[in-house]
Write a protein that binds this ligand. Structure first.
Ligand SMILES: [Zn+2]
Length: 253
């Protein structure tokens, strides 16, 4: 793992400047791993420089504490081959789409200059997850405005995609993560305080659902849609455009 994985305990230090190809933004440590971890690993496998920005430290979570979860996040970053991980330490269970929070995200966008940003879908059960989507989008937008009171040069990611795995919404496309699925499970398994094998501990919403069973079932379902074994799903707001209609990607009719 790179030294660029930043400890959340270094709160007052200026976040590191590093050029990334892709950055995933989420409310809590483990959110990204569960919904789009396979895709991040695939990007790493393709040779891209990939990172995660966690917005909160998880201090309000039922299980574990912020220090333990920081160690678990480092473990997961190593399992995924990330070049960068930073935590903004915004209030857990109190995340709101404010200008102040968006500017903090915009600062990270300028310091990491990603071309691709992955956000949670904006309709969510957990209010922090929905807020993370809005804060992430606003942060990406503000980062591109030259006159914003921010460090660094203006930068706006070329593309934002939204994680829609586990959401019963229309997906724009699916990514085949068959070769990455085992490593995705290893990354999620780093979060021992959240998902280790004790009765009741591995459960996630909906109640009495084991996280690893749930990931398996959903990834198989999404894989089936594209003739792969495992996949993750995403939404993009913009329409696709193709120069050659005979070469539109995807499975045949
Ligand atoms: Zn979460």
């Amino acid at each position: 793992m790179s030294n660029n994985i930043i400890s959340s305990t270094r709160r007052c230090s200026l976040p590191e400047e590093i050029k990334l190809d892709a950055l995933a933004i989420a409310a809590h440590r483990d959110d990204t791993e569960i919904v789009s971890g396979g895709t991040l690993i695939k990007l790493v496998d393709l040779g891209y420089s990939v990172g995660i920005l966690d917005l909160t430290a998880g201090e309000s979570g039922t299980r574990g504490d912020a220090t333990t979860r920081a160690e678990e996040a480092r473990c997961a970053a190593g399992a995924m081959g990330l070049k960068y991980r930073h935590n903004l330490e915004l209030p857990d269970a109190g995340l709101y789409d404010t200008q102040e929070n968006a500017l903090k995200v915009a600062e990270i966008i300028r310091l990491t200059r990603p071309e691709l940003v992955i956000l949670p879908y904006w309709i969510q059960r957990h209010p922090d997850h929905a807020a993370a989507s809005l804060i992430g989008y606003r942060g990406c937008f503000l980062s591109g405005l030259i006159k914003m009171p921010l460090i660094g040069n203006a930068h706006r990611p070329r593309k934002i995609i939204y994680s829609t795995s586990f959401q019963d919404v229309e997906h724009s496309f699916a990514i085949d993560i068959t070769k990455q699925f085992e490593r995705k499970k290893q990354a999620v398994a780093c979060y021992k305080t959240q998902f280790e094998e004790k009765q009741g501990v591995r459960e996630v919403y909906p109640p009495a659902r084991d996280i690893f069973d749930y990931m398996e079932i959903r990834a198989r379902q999404y894989g089936y849609m594209i003739s792969a074994t495992y996949a993750e799903c995403f939404f993009q707001r913009e329409k696709f455009s193709f120069d050659d209609p005979l070469k539109i990607p995807g499975i045949s009719i």
